[in-house]
Design a protein around this ligand. Sequence first.
Ligand SMILES: Nc1ncnc2c1ncn2[C@@H]1O[C@H](COP(=O)(O)OP(=O)(O)OP(=O)(O)O)[C@@H](O)[C@H]1O
Length: 333
Amino acid sequence: MAFLSVKNIVKRFDTQTALNGVSIDIEKGELVSILGPSGCGKTTLLRIIAGLEREDSGVVMIDGKDCTGLPPSKRNFGIVFQSYALFPHMTVEQNILFGLNEQKHLSREERKERCKEVLNMVDLYAHRKKYPSQLSGGQQQRTALARAISLKPAFLLLDEPLSALDAKVRVKLRSEICRIQRKLGITTIMVTHDQEEALTMADKIIVMNQAVVEQVGTPREIYETPKTAFVANFIGTMNLYRREEKVYGIRPETIQVSKIFTRQEQECWKGIVEDMEFRGALTRVYGRLEDTKEEICADIDSARVSSMNLHEMDEVYFQVPKGGMIAYPASGC
Ligand SMILES: Nc1ncnc2c1ncn2[C@@H]1O[C@H](COP(=O)(O)OP(=O)(O)OP(=O)(O)O)[C@@H](O)[C@H]1O
């Protein structure tokens, strides 16, 4: 039995179905990311797990116990939201102690010690006397994280914890959250619409779309063997071609570009280069196929682009190796 098991959850808001029979299992110590486009039901699922929202039907089991209907305070979660939700009139230290002071089984000294411990963990000890308005966005979010973990919850729920931060701070905080999560071994569920965040941080990704779970898997499984055209298109970049009853997906990095026609055991489509985008080690080549007029994009080693002297408007062959195309039912698109 999984540590957290959500079974067949249905939730409607008036005529809007936010969750339509969602089931997930999360093991102890895992960092699981719920990933999906805006409005697919991620936050509603997280709120139902936390007990902040009541499901219409379905069951939430924690450690083998049915928790359906239990209030949030009885579920032992620490929650970090996108907005840091810190008390503005309290210092960093006071914000953390506020929750800890409710822990009546701890002595005053133990609470202070716990506060110091988590402040060190998020590298904010030197800033403990500052007020939220004197902190950067990243520091405020680290305070919120410290406050959540100070209570030693069984679960940590993160709702878009990095989305309000700028790119550089986001990347740094990503690895900090992972480090702390691994160190504490705390079972963590993180909602995000950012695929890079999910791919780099999570042990397991739950991809949602339109109130249902589309796929559950490791980041590698989700990226390399997406089960539906939606997942294929949502994670990374995928060239998608509809042919009768099927949709075929091809990752840009599996396509080769050549000025010479070569028929080996592969697809070889004639086309034209329309645009090129230098991205460092790789160059993204945007083209159009001659026969079907469909667009194609390929990621080519920049060194190869130079050596073959590739330019816009060049006539080329886009080659797809055998096994480089994934077929999906057209209905999933
Ligand atoms: N309190 C509510 N009242 C009415 N409709 C709601 C409520 N909460 C959510 N919904 C609707 O339920 C659907 C799922 O919302 P939810 O917030 O779970 O999506 P999400 O995937 O977290 O989206 P986002 O990434 O934009 O936060 C949406 O269509 C939303 O409009």
